[in-house]
Design a protein around this ligand. Structure first.
Ligand code: GLA
Length: 383
């Protein structure tokens, strides 16, 4: 028997707890093909949505009742009218944050009950929290019958991360979850949030390789990287590293050696990302794969956000037949890597990488072969 989807489970569990759901929203996780640690530098990214969703089934509640959420795996939370005291590390902060920010903008559909389920592995770097934010925003906007562009939704959800959770992340995760086009990755300009969809090169497949490692303290490393980028941009006299050129690195004094390497990564990664989008337009998986390989080296050596398990699985992937290129994906340190693989070799690739990684690292890697999925959507029971 196949496992019911997140949306089916949320709908069923809602029925058990609160009765028939009237509104359904879903938002996908993401994998980034290239353009890492560029989004908070106003740069370019090239992610795609995954066929794994966070889903919400919801129904209106009578005026005066509480807005409540039931989450498969996490339990129950009350959003309103009472609980202003949710801590930043509590799962419900994402819901609470979206709810409060929309309310502050005048979007308040009154009390509702919601049931949440997800198929996105948590903590793997596949943006389960961004998908949760976007799914909640879509549900609230659906109840309020209010339209927002994907870019507006993404910026609002990014504020939850930045202002409420305390992670100074960029807009990539929320933007791809809100706006993805099925069958395509999207080149996103993180300054304007303009997107351009690009189909994967023919006869190629994306493999996501979860190293099955997780790392604490990633948040402080992330904030520290971002701060180094700000210092580098200031020292070069530009608003953000998006505006810096390679020759501007010479403006950095020698004592800013770390900042120089961080900026070198960002400047070259922006160019690689634009080149990768061009390679996709040209239907050229070899060039795309080579750019992914260079991205990994730059993240490992200049940005210093790789780790032993990520380096290992990337190396194993690259040595496997049919691999065009591989790199760590997302924030780094642990979690997932991504590879572009020749479609007719993908199943053997999956088995071979898992087996070699187990031998080398003593851990079981999860490897998914994915087609790019569509971004968030919302429907009603009578639609
Ligand atoms: C995390 C953040 C994103 C982005 C990536 C690195 O996933 O949430 O905004 O900065 O790291 O590219």
């Amino acid at each position: 028997m196949t496992k019911p989807s997140a949306l089916d489970r949320a709908t069923q569990q809602h029925q058990w707890r609160w009765g028939r759901a009237e509104l359904f929203s879903r938002a996908p996780g993401r994998v980034n093909l290239i353009g890492e640690h560029t989004d908070y530098n106003d740069g370019f990214v090239l992610p795609m949505a995954l066929p794994f969703d966070t889903a919400i089934a919801a129904s209106r509640a009578p005026n005066g009742s509480k807005t409540e959420i039931l989450s498969e795996g996490f339990g129950h939370a009350v959003l309103a009218p009472a609980s202003t005291e949710i801590e930043s590390h509590h799962w419900a902060v994402y819901l609470h944050g979206v709810h409060d920010l929309l309310k502050a903008e005048g979007v308040d559909p009154g009390p509702w009950k919601a049931t949440i389920a997800t198929d996105i592995p948590a903590g793997a770097g596949l943006s389960s929290s961004a998908a949760l934010e976007v799914a909640v925003a879509s549900a609230i906007l659906g109840f309020a019958q209010t339209e927002r562009s994907p870019a507006e939704t993404a910026r609002l959800c990014q504020r939850v991360d930045n202002e409420m959770v305390g992670i100074p992340s960029g807009p990539m995760d929320q933007m791809i979850s809100a706006s993805a086009v099925a069958g395509h990755a999207s080149l996103i300009d993180c300054r304007s949030l303009q997107t351009r969809p690009h189909p994967l090169p023919e006869r190629s497949v994306v493999a996501i390789m979860d190293t099955n490692t997780r790392r604490q303290l990633v948040d402080s490393e992330y904030s520290e990287r971002r701060a180094a980028c700000v210092r580098a941009a200031e020292a070069m006299g530009v608003d953000s590293l998006r505006d810096a050129r390679l020759e501007d690195l010479d403006l950095l004094p020698t004592e800013l050696g770390t900042e120089r390497r961080r900026a070198h990564h960002v400047i070259t990664e922006n160019q690689r990302t634009l080149d990768a989008a061009q390679a996709m337009s040209d239907g050229d998986p070899e060039t795309l794969g080579a750019l992914m390989n260079s991205s990994h080296e730059s993240l490992r050596d200049d940005y210093e956000v790789s780790g032993p398990a990520l380096d290992q699985i990337v190396e194993i992937a690259r040595q496997s037949p049919g691999c065009f290129g591989a790199r760590l994906t997302g924030g780094g340190f642990a979690g997932c890597a991504v590879a572009l693989v020749q479609a007719d070799q993908a199943v053997e690739f999956q088995a071979r990488v898992a087996q070699r990684y187990r031998t080398a690292q003593g851990l079981d890697a999860q490897i998914w072969l994915c087609e790019p999925a569509a971004g968030a959507s919302v429907t009603t029971a009578d639609a």
